[in-house]
Design a protein around this ligand. Structure first.
Ligand code: AVI
Length: 316
């Protein structure tokens, strides 16, 4: 049991990130345990975080047009579906012309259960508890020969990858798709720094709790003794790199034991652990990224209230 935990992917990634120099890091994909997923859901309702509402407005306004641009007999897969709230519009538009088959892919069982409960009335929902590429591989293996896949990657999760990794990831997705399949890609666009800082450092402290929960998760799952009160939530915007950075900043000298990662971590006052980067894009950068990964962009819809884009990419 103990040996297995030491070897777990989570333990290995935590060990690699916290021994990295000069900047300690933790992978943001581990934010989303059940507590983290609930906190993220709360973030999407914050007045400062316009991103999710922008995403929803675009889908509400353009879902019918989007569906008309697709061939008959579409199956929908959704990378990081969460509770599937944003996807509802697309499934409703699709249901007007065909039976809906929907594969939400998410690491959080509670989010998937909520998704199946909320969208089950719209068609056949087949939840897949998995990482993105594994989940897509499983869905690709189940699809029938003449079905077209509409893959959703909404919410600007692509912005949480480093730029080169984003292209690698989209290329890997492309390899699992067939020519003529579609990818709907959500991307948050560049906007004034003050709006971005507020979005990731909200007044109610929900994002701070979301950030600190990563340490709480390490405490719970890897038998560690992080004192969450000794870490300040810190947000920076790097204008040149077009990215928000979230950090946890140590308020003093600390020695933390992470037993199941076989690791002792020293932190000095003011030292940070970088927990997430959130890249922001221009429309042209999205098109360039798509082309490099083997897609053609056939439409881009923009929300002007909170600059955000949905791009429809066709696999070449
Ligand atoms: C999931 N992802 C697109 C969110 C973002 O905005 O980058 C995660 C998030 N982190 C803090 N607030 C929201």
């Amino acid at each position: 049991m103990f040996a297995r935990a030491l070897d777990s992917e989570f333990a290995r990634e935590v060990r690699a990130g916290l021994t990295r120099t000069p900047q300690k890091t933790l992978p943001c994909r581990y934010f989303y345990d059940n507590v983290g997923s609930a906190l993220f859901e709360a973030i999407t309702h914050l007045s400062e975080y316009g991103l999710t509402r922008a995403d929803e407005r675009i889908l509400e306004a353009h879902a019918s047009h989007l569906v008309r641009m697709l061939p008959d007999n579409v199956v929908v897969a959704d990378l990081g579906s969460g509770s599937g709230a944003k996807t509802r519009r697309i499934l409703e538009a699709l249901r007007r012309r065909q039976v809906v088959v929907y594969y939400p892919i998410d690491a959080s069982p509670s989010a998937l259960a909520k998704c199946a409960q909320q969208l089950g009335r719209l068609g056949v929902v087949v939840p897949t508890e998995s990482g993105y590429l594994d989940g897509l591989l499983r869905v690709a293996a189940k699809r029938a020969p003449r079905q077209t896949l509409l893959l959703l990657f909404l919410g600007s999760t692509i912005g949480n990858f480093e730029p080169a990794e984003a292209i690698e990831f989209l290329s890997a997705i492309r390899q699992l798709m067939a020519s003529g399949d579609a990818l709907l890609l959500g991307t948050d666009l560049v906007k004034p720094a003050a709006d971005l800082i507020a979005a990731y450092d909200d007044a109610a402290g929900v994002t701070a709790a979301f950030n600190r929960n990563l340490l709480a998760r390490i405490n719970r799952e890897l038998d560690a003794d992080f004192d969450l009160r000794q870490f300040e939530h810190l947000v920076r915007y790097d204008e040149a790199a077009q990215r928000i950075e979230m950090h946890l900043c140590s308020s003093g000298y600390q020695v933390v034991s992470i037993h199941r990662a076989d690791l002792i971590v020293d932190l000095v006052p003011g030292e940070t652990i970088c927990t997430e980067t959130c890249h922001k894009f221009s429309l042209e950068q999205v098109r360039d990224m798509a082309h490099l990964a083997g897609f053609r962009v056939t439409a881009q819809w923009v929300d002007h209230e909170w600059p955000f884009a949905e791009s429809l990419l066709m696999a070449l």
